[in-house]
Design a protein around this ligand. Structure first.
Ligand code: ZN
Ligand code: ZN
Length: 353
């Protein structure tokens, strides 16, 4: 697989004989395996895939660079590792359970070393082929949004809109949602993470749709807030503050920029407009095989953006008893600046109803 060289360099740096990966996103990244059970073991000059009989033929197909080692009820992962005579092995300390580690130690006598999210760190910089898949995932979401603008009518429930959204994403080729979509209308828009309810969408409601899909393992993520009918002055005012914050932060996204500085660009605009208290979350996050990855664009993350990272820019204003607005784009950091992957219109859309 494409990542093996980088992983081996990192193992060398940590003086480890090998690393074992079984967090699903990492395992897929390392080996290409899409099944649910198995361990990718990367050594200096060999790679093994350890799994049980159910997945043998799938591994043969999906992981041609990996030699298969079979485990069963009578032969554990620890037994297999012990037979390989490995003195030191890295494991995913942020994913393995205490119980899993204890079981492993019962039969494996070598040293076990925490890898501290090292694959996640490699994953921060997307390769060209990964970027293409993310673009595809986002284009499915953009097409779906455009369809939804014709579909949404006052009198529908948020749940009806949610179900149609998921159907449309799937019909356009998505494996599924990258997270449970947020459909929040009217006063419910004040909940940044309001999932769809039976609430009826009424004429004059602001409606926030925050959704994404998965395409060949890769996630998309976008938010648009629209008005179902003509927007009031107050709704327009809030929308334009969020839009200005979103656009200015967008200009700050480029290689070399510090994450927390980008958050500050948006936060300052919202605060100056008098809504600082109503923007209670970070500006954005990286996206990839997982919908929420590092780095984070928030008030504390001092990571430096690099070409190949994909991040979101999603400021919002939430007013209890009134409603809310969030606008989110997904952006690729390029060598010279940035490229917005989400193409949907983000000027205020007032549906004709
Ligand atoms: Zn989102
Ligand atoms: Zn997001």
């Amino acid at each position: 697989m494409k990542a093996l060289k980088q992983i081996r360099e990192k193992l060398e740096e940590l003086s480890l004989e090998g690393g074992i990966f079984f967090k699903p996103e990492n395992r897929y990244y390392v080996s290409g395996f899409t099944g649910s059970t198995g361990y990718a073991l990367v050594l200096k000059d060999k790679a093994y895939f350890i799994t049980d009989f159910r997945y043998i033929s799938q591994v043969k197909e999906e992981c041609p660079d990996f030699e298969i080692l079979e485990i069963s009820t009578s032969k554990t992962l620890g037994d297999v590792l012990e037979e390989l005579n490995l003195n030191s092995l890295g494991f995913e300390d942020d994913f393995m359970t205490v119980e899993g580690l204890q079981t492993l130690k019962k039969s494996y006598s070598g040293q076990l070393v925490a890898m501290k999210r090292f694959i996640e760190n490699i994953r921060q910089i997307k390769r060209e082929d990964e970027i293409l898949l993310m673009k595809k995932a986002q284009s499915i979401a953009d097409e779906t949004f455009s369809y939804m603008l014709d579909f949404i009518k006052p009198g529908m429930s948020e749940r009806e809109v949610y179900l149609e959204l998921v159907t449309q994403l799937t019909q356009r080729g998505a494996q599924g949602e990258s997270f449970k979509a947020i459909v929040a209308s009217g006063v419910r828009g004040a909940l940044p993470h309001g999932s769809a309810t039976e609430k009826i969408i009424e004429k004059g409601d602001l409606l926030t749709l925050d959704f994404g899909c998965v395409y060949q393992g890769y996630c998309s993520d976008m938010t648009r807030t629209i008005c179902v009918g003509k927007a009031s002055e107050k709704q327009k005012e809030i929308y334009h503050v969020v839009l200005k914050a979103q656009k200015e932060a967008l200009k700050a996204i480029k290689p070399g920029a510090i994450c927390k500085d980008i958050d500050k660009v948006a936060r300052d605009i919202i605060t100056e407009a008098g809504y600082g208290e109503n923007f209670g979350h970070g500006l954005g996050h990286a996206v990839g095989l997982e919908v929420h990855e590092n780095p984070r664009l928030n008030m504390v993350d001092e990571s430096i953006l690099k070409a190949g990272m994909v991040v979101t820019d999603e400021p919002g204003i939430y007013i209890p008893g009134f409603g809310g607005v969030r606008i989110e784009d997904i952006i690729l950091v390029t060598e010279t600046g940035s490229e917005i992957l989400s193409t949907s219109n983000k000027e205020l859309i007032e549906l004709e109803v």
